[in-house]
Design a protein around this ligand. Structure first.
Ligand code: UD1
Ligand code: CA
Length: 457
């Protein structure tokens, strides 16, 4: 049986990123670059996946877990040296081995699949995945002879003037006959401008050994983009962003301005939902159908059901059920569950609270560590005072209760169903069903006092 293997190169430091974070752990649309690569490799059905780690090995292993095997490259002596580290795991296997870099996050499994197919058709020892770059600077160039046969790959820093003019580039993805790969890797040296062991030198070695070298040129350069610095990171992000937004639009989501809408990979959005400009949707968020996500909202790890309306608000790790709405300028903090037909208006902050069907919290209110029943009316400027400086305490409010404006509910306290809190009250004791609680200084009027005041209007 011929096996399919992949080696992912992820040991480099990524000096050009000028970052404390290792290069392949930089994120694009919610996922690290190396995770993007691995995800597409997994979709291509591999028998063995080996990731070469070095700089930040622990962090990379923590990120990818047991989805791949690992080998360590202690010193970053070049891509050829990196691949050879996988030899102990793969050398006896009969089959085909793909090599891909952890810093080329835009490749799709369809492209990998086409590469394997082409390689098998050509019966080559190696097939290089190439593309035509609008600006090839920085990439290895594909050097072909007069009749178009690939002779070698030459790196930017080693290229002559003529070679630098070539715009067909090495994408850094190849499939090799597994055993031919490791055999030829032992013949490379580091006599080049960077003093590194280049994987790319294997091509010329195989060529000189009379093997068949094939090159499969993919149509879309963008997909092959390599990320070595922050400029490329932003370009790759743009490409991924466009791809994600196009997917959602094809599935029936209206995105008013896709250039200014930021949706992570793997987010689910139902049809007829409208996403306005400046929206960011991150993490494990799901959004139902016929929702409206208003301009500049940011939603992180939330579940929004159907017909939910979010107006310019910030939502974290919370759930909003059917026909609920929030905003403008409101904030759901983690562990909030907003029931169906609940209305949260402007400048409302909710934290770790459940609010049941039909309840309205219209304006300027903080709700924390609380359970609010159904059809409650919370007036303007109400504060659920849940913190005593040391511990958090809970407030419960029963169905149909009325919480007058500018009330403070000092936790722990329970407000029963169908009770009434008069505006301006500071509530410290439980309130029973059908009772009204009023806790504020009584008003006194002083007849004629206006005239004794310095105020004169
Ligand atoms: C490499 C290719 C170049 C190609 C480009 C495509 C070589 C010599 N050059 O150049 O032809 O056009 O990719 O994007 O292969 N790495 C290690 N160990 C090392 C060195 C690198 O694991 O010792 C890893 C890096 O983490 C990275 C990948 O290999 O993920 C590629 O290395 P990088 O230094 O980015 O190579 P490029 O200069 O981009
Ligand atoms: Ca690179």
């Amino acid at each position: 049986m011929s096996a399919r293997n992949t080696i992912i190169l992820a040991a480099g430091k990524g000096t050009r990123m000028k970052s404390k974070l290792y290069k392949v752990l930089h994120r694009i649309c919610g996922r690290t670059m190396v995770d993007h690569v691995l995800t597409q490799v997994e979709k291509t059905n591999m028998d063995n996946i080996v990731t070469v780690v070095g700089y930040g090995a622990e962090d990379v292993e923590h990120e990818l877990g047991d989805r791949t095997k690992y080998v360590v490259q202690e010193q970053q002596l070049g891509t050829g040296d990196a691949v050879i580290k996988a030899e102990p795991l793969l050398k006896d296997i009969e089959g085909t081995t793909m090599v891909v870099s952890g810093d080329t996050p835009l490749f799709t499994s369809q492209t990998f699949e086409k590469l394997f197919k082409y390689h098998e058709e050509k019966q080559a020892a190696v097939t290089i995945l190439t593309s035509k770059a609008p600006d090839p600077t920085g990439y290895g160039r594909i050097v072909r002879n007069d009749i178009g046969i690939v002779e070698k790959i030459v790196e930017q820093k080693d290229a002559s003037k003529e070679e630098q003019a070539i715009n067909e580039i090495n994408t850094g993805v190849y499939v090799f006959d597994n055993q031919a790969l490791f055999k030829s890797l032992h013949q490379i040296n580091n006599n080049n401008a960077q003093g590194e062991y280049y994987l790319t030198d294997v091509i010329e070695i195989l060529k000189n050994a009379g093997k068949i070298i094939a090159a499969y040129r993919m149509a879309d350069f963008n997909e092959s983009m390599g990320v070595n610095d922050r400029i490329a990171l932003s370009k790759a992000t743009k490409v991924m962003q466009a791809r994600i937004n196009q997917h959602h639009m094809a599935e029936g989501v209206s995105i008013i301005n896709p250039d200014d809408t930021y949706i992570d990979v793997d987010i689910k959005i139902g049809p007829d939902t409208v996403v306005e400009p400046g929206v960011q949707i991150h993490g494990q968020t799901t959004i139902g159908s016929n929702c409206r996500i208003g301009a500049n909202s940011e939603i992180i790890d939330c579940q929004l059901h159907d017909n939910v309306h979010v107006i310019s608000s910030y939502l974290q790790e919370s759930e909003m059920l059917d026909n609920s709405d929030i905003g403008p300028y409101s904030h759901l903090r983690p562990a909030s569950v907003i029931g169906p037909h609940v209305h949260l208006g402007n400048f409302v902050e909710v934290k770790k609270a459940q609010i049941d069907e039909g309840t309205k919290v219209g304006h300027l209110t903080y709700v924390g560590n609380a359970h609010l029943g159904k059809n409650i009316n919370v007036g303007c400027g109400v504060i659920f005072a849940n913190y005593d400086g040391k511990n958090k305490h809970n407030v419960t409010v029963g169905d149909g209760a009325f919480i007058g404006s500018n009330s403070n509910l000092i936790a722990p306290v329970n407000i029963a169903d169908h009770s009434f809190i008069a505006a301006g009250s500071t509530i410290t004791d439980d309130v029973n069903k059908y009772d009204m609680a009023i806790a504020r200084a009584r008003q006194t009027n002083k007849p004629g006092y206006y005239k004794k005041l310095p105020y004169d209007a």
